[in-house]
Design a protein around this ligand. Sequence first.
Ligand code: FES
Length: 115
Amino acid sequence: MAVKWYKIYDFEEDGYEPQQLYSVRTIDVKGKLLCLGRLPEGYVAVDDKCPHGAGGRLGMGKCDEHGIVTCPIHRYRYDLKTGKGLQSDYVNNYEVETRYDGVYIGIKQKNWWPF
Ligand code: FES
């Protein structure tokens, strides 16, 4: 499955540290809402919508020093590096690359060709 890369931070426009360490925020990448976190090892991204009943927005949650984000609704927790939930759910995670000019996120593209 092909991966398409989208620039989410431009170092020239946003500065070299556009997001604080251990913070999360919701970003919109072509209509897809993602929770973007920044950890010492780099940026990480998972689906923004919590899979638990009320569909809380993880980008409005809190990230701890272990890279675990806590949903703001019922406080389920997810590992931002793997997407694995500590209560057995999971969220999709996405590749994020820091390049010379900014930060890019890779979104897998669905094949439009049927075979
Ligand atoms: S909606 Fe996220 S924990 Fe319930």
